[in-house]
Design a protein. Structure first.
Length: 122
């Protein structure tokens, strides 16, 4: 006895192909998100490192003998390859106060800047 088509079980080829297409689209989107996540994680790591380096430089500027008026620049050597810094120390509107501007750079155009006001040495 032959069963009628309405009692047939399973999926048609078209339904299976549509399901595979949906899964493939979702997989491509997820892989794209993963790639973006890796890029953002790398940027966040560099941003955090640059912020900590800038904080250290601006802290050192407040130590005795840590600053002189003018502009200096350099890099962090082998300890932090790819990171450079600039420091500008200027007088401020208030007597005996200096403004210390520190910037840490990395990559093509990435930059973190920190400003601190310190007491000018006697």
């Amino acid at each position: 006895m032959i069963r009628p088509l309405s009692d047939a079980r399973g999926f048609t080829l078209l339904e299976v192909m549509i399901a595979i297409g949906i899964l493939a689209t979702a997989l491509v989107a997820l892989l794209g998100l993963r790639n973006r996540d890796v890029q953002l994680q790398s940027h966040a790591r560099n941003l955090t490192q640059a912020t900590l380096l800038a904080r250290d430089l601006v802290f050192e500027a407040g130590l005795p003998g840590g600053s002189e008026l003018g502009y200096l620049e350099g890099n962090f050597g082998d300890a932090y390859p790819g990171f450079g810094w600039q420091k500008q120390v200027n007088t401020f509107l208030i007597e005996r106060v200096w403004q210390v501007d520190v910037a840490v750079t990395w990559g093509e155009s990435e930059r973190v800047a920190v400003t601190r006001f310190i007491e000018a040495p006697l």
